[in-house]
Design a protein around this ligand. Structure first.
Ligand code: PEP
Ligand code: MG
Length: 541
């Protein structure tokens, strides 16, 4: 919705959008809309050169700071990046272009793109692998030039107002002190929305253009349950909202107290409730008794957060910590699902015409065996610390599973030959592509996990990150439910387990319909466990 311009006297504004993550939050507003972050060139070559110099220095200082807190292979990569930024030759072409009147960001991007192309076409594998570092350097300096680096310093507890934000911006901010997200665009099915739900951060999308006269908003109230935002509230509005927050917190605490009980339907069918996590930090302070295991670990966020690809030991430690937390309950870790709306600099393909239909998930892992094998080794080593199951994202045809299985066997054999403790975890597949749902029986998978987010977008031809088609992106559509039922039937015939780990599992309006497909296992973010168990208790088969 469009908000009319305000007069100089600040009066509260009511904005209506769509809920993307429930909950209530109040806080100071941090504006990250394009008008704030878009860079305006100065048209003065001297100023542009100075801006580029400052951005390079800023990026170099930032990386040097990160090196201090990291060890091993990742530190080496970052040190290499610092050395590159210290080499004046890297920016020569950009400064030359600036002197002819080109804007700093455009000049830097063109110069670095040429550099990246050079690295990518190098004969030597070592230099080809360095292309990813140069991509990272390019993007960091661009972020400094446009002021987007401020994103990483979003004060805890802020209401972040933006056109849209990426998963990496979300992960860079600290949400442990509250805060919320209010987007003029965005979609409830995007990965950021999913992350917000998993961390319990309220989020509203589709607010439409935010227009104001004079001062940008200072304070906002976000109602993630109703999908509304109140900007610069009057004292009475604020008081009433704070009262609602107190009541909501008390209700949540009461519901959480009952969430350790196992889930049964009204007619006594036992339903496994598993957790979706992005890493061990999601499990801090949680009692493992609230769940029957972990149904989905989205490892791509580990890759995104580590400024370069995490090495084998880093991955192994993360997987081991999750397995130890689970205390013998099954833990399903998904291999890297990069691509689509989860780009990883230097790994995913830039500029695909339709990234959701491109080289993502298992397709990317098979195309980059040097990256995939590191993850498989780390998983095989972690498997000795608990009940590990490994699943592959975006599987479309059986050969993808078969090729991954061959690679896993090879890594297990190599580790065993070296006397390194390891085990071969069972390999299952995600059912996210309609072709896989329709032909589920043809896969020799150890288990199935239904990714309803992607299964819905591919079935309904409605991208999960495009707000304008969000109504069509409906996991409760009979076509999606039919594909789920078909997968459950295939699992029954093959006598293997099947679970559902997409966001449909957390949507209690769908609980009855999902259980009617024969599903007996649902995987959700920890903040949803209490609500889901209560919904299961009301449903009958
Ligand atoms: C899904 O597609 O439902 C799923 C769980 O995977 P992601 O949301 O990470 O794509
Ligand atoms: Mg998916």
């Amino acid at each position: 919705m469009t908000v009319l311009a305000r007069s100089d006297t600040v009066t509260e504004m009511h904005l209506i959008g769509r809920t993307a993550s429930p909950g209530l939050a109040i806080g100071p507003v941090t504006m990250l809309t394009a008008s704030v972050t878009r860079r305006t060139a100065s048209n003065d070559p001297t100023q542009e050169a100075a801006a580029l110099r400052a951005a390079i220095d800023g990026a170099r200082a930032e990386i040097a700071e990160q090196v201090k807190t990291i060890q091993g292979e990742v530190a080496d990569i970052l040190e290499f990046q610092v050395a590159m930024l210290e080499d004046d030759a890297l920016a020569d072409a950009a400064f030359k272009a600036i002197s002819t009147g080109i804007a700093a960001d455009q000049a830097w991007r063109s110069a670095l793109d040429a550099e990246i192309a050079g690295y990518r076409s190098a004969e030597d594998e070592y230099f080809r692998a360095r292309a990813a570092d140069v991509v990272d350097i390019r993007d960091r300096v661009l972020a400094h030039l446009s002021g987007v680096d401020a994103v990483a310093r979003i004060a805890g507890g802020s209401i972040v107002a933006a056109d849209d934000i990426t998963p990496s911006i979300f992960l860079a901010a600290d949400w442990s002190h509250g805060g919320a997200i209010a987007l003029t665009g965005g979609s409830p099915s995007s990965h950021v929305a999913m992350l917000a739900r998993s961390r319990g951060t309220p989020m509203v999308v589709g607010l439409g253009p935010l227009l104001w006269n004079g001062q940008p908003p200072a304070l906002a109230l976000v109602d993630g349950d109703a999908g509304t935002v109140i900007v610069d509230p009057e004292p009475e509005t604020r008081r009433q909202f704070e009262q609602r927050m107190v009541a909501a917190n008390a209700a949540q605490a009461a519901a959480d107290a009952g969430r350790v009980a196992p889930a049964y339907t009204a007619d006594g069918r036992r339903i496994a409730v598993l957790l979706n996590v992005t890493g061990p930090e999601d499990l801090a302070g949680l009692d493992p008794a609230i769940c029957d295991g972990i149904g989905l670990v989205r490892t791509e966020f580990l890759f995104e957060a580590s400024h370069g690809l995490p090495d084998e030991d880093t991955q192994y430690e993360v997987y081991r910590r999750i397995l130890e937390w689970a205390e013998g309950r099954p833990v399903t870790i998904r291999t890297l699902d990069a691509g689509g709306d989860k780009p990883i600099a230097g790994l995913t393909v830039d500029g695909e015409s339709n990234p959701f239909l491109g080289l993502r998930g298992i397709r990317l892992s098979l195309a980059r065996p040097e990256v995939f094998s590191v993850q498989l080794r780390a998983l095989a080593r972690a498997a000795v610390h608990g009940v590990l199951k490994v699943m592959l994202p975006m599987i479309a045809v059986p050969t993808e599973l078969d090729r991954a299985g061959v690679m896993l066997d090879a890594e297990v054999a190599a580790l065993t030959a070296k006397g390194i403790a390891c085990a071969r975890p069972p390999l299952g597949i995600m059912i996210e592509v309609p072709a896989a749902a329709l032909c589920a029986e043809d896969f020799g998978a150890a288990f199935y996990s239904i990714g309803s987010n992607d299964l819905t977008q591919y079935t309904m031809a409605a991208a999960r990150d495009i707000g304008a088609v969000a109504d069509l992106n409906d996991a409760g559509h009979p076509a999606v439910l039919a594909l789920i039922a078909r997968t459950v039937e295939a699992a029954r015939k093959r006598d293997v387990e099947v679970s559902l780990c997409g966001d449909a599992a957390a949507d209690i309006r769908l609980t009855t319909a999902l259980l009617a497909t024969g599903l007996t296992s649902l995987s959700v973010a920890s903040v949803t466990v209490a609500r889901l168990k209560a919904a299961i208790a009301k449903a009958s088969s």
